[in-house]
Design a protein around this ligand. Sequence first.
Ligand code: TRP
Length: 360
Amino acid sequence: MNYESRGLICKKNFIIDYFFYRSMFLPISTESRETMARILSGIQPSGTLHIANYFAMMKPMIEYQRENELFCFIVNYHAMTSNQDGERLRQNTLEAAMDFLALGLDPDKAHFWVQSDVPEVTELTWILSCHTSLGLLERSHSYKDKVAHGIVPNTGLYTYPVLMAADILLYQAEVVPVGKDQKQHVEITRDIAIRFNNLYSDVFTIPEPRISDDVAVIPGTDGQKMSKSYGNTIDIFEDEKNLKSKVMKIVTDSTPVADPKDPEKCGLFALYRLFAGSEQIEKMRTRYLEGGVGYGEVKKELLGLIIEYFAPFRKKREELSKDKGEIFRILRKGAEKTRQAAAPTLTRVKEVTGLSYAPK
Ligand code: TRP
């Protein structure tokens, strides 16, 4: 979509947001749109990714590329607020890029880049930070939580939401899929954009958060929500030996083989249904309800399914890791393409704010 037609979207959003502003009690719509939308989300390069990351975030993102304009990037500047080990940041960034590419992100269809390769974002961050009150940032839950947990905050952690606003507004994103914990950051982005548009002119598209549905919590090997901090993950590219030992250790209750079992209360079944086809799931559900199936057998079947599911991705991942030059080439090209999408917004911002001073 070109910049002129984006301007129309800005106007439309302005009208919508005027009323939104007047009636703050109206809920933000998180419903999916039917038309093609510009969807954007950033991913922290935080090391090894697990299957809950995959099903909750990466898989839906990768699917968006088919029918939408997808902007997907690795947020190494955000990671820097907590990771100040250069080698680790470099390594994690590359790993995250390889993971996405191996899992099917198509750099020809989507915009796919590393955040720091588009310097326009830091320029916009400064400009936005001059239009963001301290009070707005002081209300950030995520900042307050981190401080409450004893983290000594640096300025970057405090202005994290402004950088995130720049990420979103620079590309005129319409929809931002994020987890619940990031919803407030998208709301802060909206506040910043609305204020800026009102002050100068309709420069920014007002983005909508799309909050992933938490109903289907993906359990870890101990039955709690799968999370790196609980040490209960199954990683996407786990080697087969570790995978086997993790699957075999999945915690279950002690119902005897012959007795009926409740599939809805079983973490093992919840994992099984992520990988099995619908017929297999129904069959397994019936076997649970009727009794006669042992957890050991379910685990063996699950192990086979996981191996089969990730096999093509694993193969692609191995090929990619042997050809780092190709990854650098893809990321360089991705950054060039993305800078082109960023340029018109920054030019416009500089015009309306008076930063560009010479006549054209
Ligand atoms: N803060 C987000 C997270 O930790 C990552 C992020 C950075 C992001 N910039 C973004 C997400 C822009 C969506 C849009 O998950």
